[in-house]
Design a binder for this molecule. Sequence first.
Ligand code: FE2
Length: 429
Amino acid sequence: MIKGDSEIQNITQIFREKIRGVYEYEKQEGVDEEIIDVVSVFGGILLAVTNPYNFIEKNYICAFPGAMVAVLMLLEPVIRKHSKNLRRLLRIFFTFICAVETLYLINGTLEGFGNFWFALVDYGILLILGMRTAHFICIYHSIIICAVLWTPLYKILPGASAYTFEYRLWFPVTFLSLLALIFYSNLLLKTYQHRSSLDEKRLEMEIKRTKRKNENMVLQAITSISELLDAKDPLTAEHSERVAEYAGLIARRSGIENEREINAIIRAGRLHDIGKMAIPDEILTKKGRLTDQEYETMKMHTIWGREILKNLTFIPEAQEVAGDHHERVDGKGYPKGLAGDEIPKYARIVSVADSLDAMNSNRCYRSCCGKDYIIEQFKQGRGKQFDAHLADIVCELIEDGTIQISSLQEVKDVAEMPKQIHRMEEEVL
Ligand SMILES: [Fe+2]
């Protein structure tokens, strides 16, 4: 293969890739409705100004369709708003215009810058329907122009024979030059837009990835703090993790299917007691019963929890759960005394999960915390402390074995465990 051939092949390959890229870009972007309005109204005005010349010349075959096209173009913004399939409507519309143009050409009506109209229509199609459709129309125009002006049709069609030799020569030459110019500039412009759009998407994805990474880091940091909190008290070790797990199971059983929502509940469950970070250690890990004042301080963990998590805007549910997981559906909870549906759904879920873990963990050293006892507690508390539906779900999960209840035998050294149950635990039992 000689060097010239290979260069031509390279250039052709580059053009093919660019055109393919433009096709892809136009398909993604769809029809820009503002451009349709501008092109239609501009074309309509142009035709409305020039078409009366056909009436003056009594060339009614062209004058009436021209007037109809002008009216349609001017009315396009109104038609578009009421159209269900805009693309199909535009295709019909441009087919009609092409038919009118062909009529103009055959009838010998074109003179002066008549070829400009052909190029203008092609440019309009290029802007509105994209390069793929415009290619077909341009090929059609090129064939019909060459056929009418340069084949025996020229002599057969009475209107076409009116064209002078100069006009027959310059019409196709100027038309094809205009087309080449329009297509090449459009190719460059759309290729640039396509690249910019790809860069934008890449940047957008990069920003999203970084944002997600940062969110995870913040979440991990807060979760670690929460785990640290659990670790302070061996009796509540891994409490938050278990509450999160139960909350996820309860949420799924309650009919929530959206994974994002389930994950949000699990994450919020993990952080529900984060406000305890602000509780002095002597109260938090106090052996024995809390005094009234200490209990009031302990209750503040809901308010501090909400405060700590208020800036975690990517999981807004977390602050609701931290703030409202000690509310009761009968309105006797704290800190706000919310009742029923006033308590956010996620907080109601975490509330039952919190109580379940309190009864089903090593804190439960009393003989009353068996499976039957726990189910009984949820039955008694339904519609009072707990959301009735969620309480039923917990009973169901225990009964079908989805949630395993620790038996007293599994709890080591139950008798030796310090009697450090305090009012916070009593409250959830
Ligand atoms: Fe709590």
